[in-house]
Design a protein around this ligand. Structure first.
Ligand code: IPE
Ligand code: IPE
Ligand code: MG
Length: 249
């Protein structure tokens, strides 16, 4: 039997009302592993498999932007073993996946303080961004060593430097100016924010950009999240009435 194509229509979604930008807090890898009596790093390995599937699922569905929280600026507080394991996993994953990402014309972006990452990982990310910069398919934005407060601080510093250099007047600093100095100013705000593993918090993710994002939390841990879970989140999103402060009848 021919495989059913994975499209919005086949998934019962309205293709005209898909979110342009989906952001995901990929949480629960550790709990997934612990529940199976395994090392937390095994959970991260499984999480990588999930991520690969979800990237191409979003691409298939015609979602334009996917941002995933891969490593927060607070995740350095974890054991050396776990932090080191995550850095190694990210490096190997990017080395393994880059050719397939290129074949699929996925544009790779990385958001976060790159300077604090190991040099080999930083270079791998820079190389992936360079090689995919001109692609117009899915934009896959990886938030690594990312913190929402740190991002706003970095933007404020960049603006302050411009004021000091006489390029900008303080009164010219408006919301658009702040947004233009964030890590990925060309990416629109997320329409839908998904968090796996049930926690009802943002954990310093995209604090500025999620002002009006629709939030969807599932108890499913990230390693178990699959295309059906993604469809469920998108279907739920399509039932929401977005108001942006206005009265919508
Ligand atoms: C998310 O899973 C992945 C990262 C933070 C890198 P966790 O590792 O936070 O998993 P839990 O929350 O401990 O289950
Ligand atoms: C957020 O998850 C970071 C990532 C998913 C990369 P955490 O597991 O770090 O968040 P908290 O500590 O539960 O808030
Ligand atoms: Mg967690």
């Amino acid at each position: 039997m021919p495989e059913t194509p994975f499209t919005a229509e086949h998934a019962g979604l309205d293709p005209a009302r898909l979110p342009v930008h989906v952001a995901i807090i990929m949480d629960g890898n550790g709990r997934w592993a612990s529940a199976r009596g395994k090392n937390r790093l095994l959970g991260h390995d499984q999480g990588y498999r999930t991520l690969k599937d979800i990237v191409y699922a979003c691409d298939d569905l015609g979602i334009r932007y996917l941002t995933v929280y891969g490593f927060s600026s607070e995740n350095w507080r974890r054991s050396q073993e776990e932090v080191g394991g995550l850095m190694t996993l990210m490096l190997r994953a990017m080395q393994t996946e880059i050719e397939e990402l290129i074949q699929n014309r996925v544009r790779v972006r990385v958001s976060g303080r790159m300077s604090d990452l190991p040099a080999d990982l930083r270079e791998e990310f820079a190389d992936a961004m360079r090689r995919t910069a001109d692609f117009t398919g899915l934009t896959f934005n990886l938030a690594i060593n990312y913190g929402g407060r740190g991002e706003v601080v970095d933007a404020v510093q960049a603006l302050a430097r411009k004021v000091l250099a006489g390029e900008l007047a303080p009164e010219e600093i408006d919301e658009a100016a702040v947004a233009a100095h964030l890590y990925a100013p060309d990416i629109p705000d997320p329409d839908l924010l998904i968090r796996t593993a049930g926690e009802l918090r943002l954990s310093n993710f995209l604090l500025w950009q999620t002002a009006y994002s629709e939030i969807y939390v599932t108890p499913t841990c990230w390693p178990d999240f699959d295309r059906a879970h993604l469809i469920a989140a998108l279907a739920d999103y399509q039932k929401r009435i977005r108001k942006f402060g206005a009265v919508v009848e």
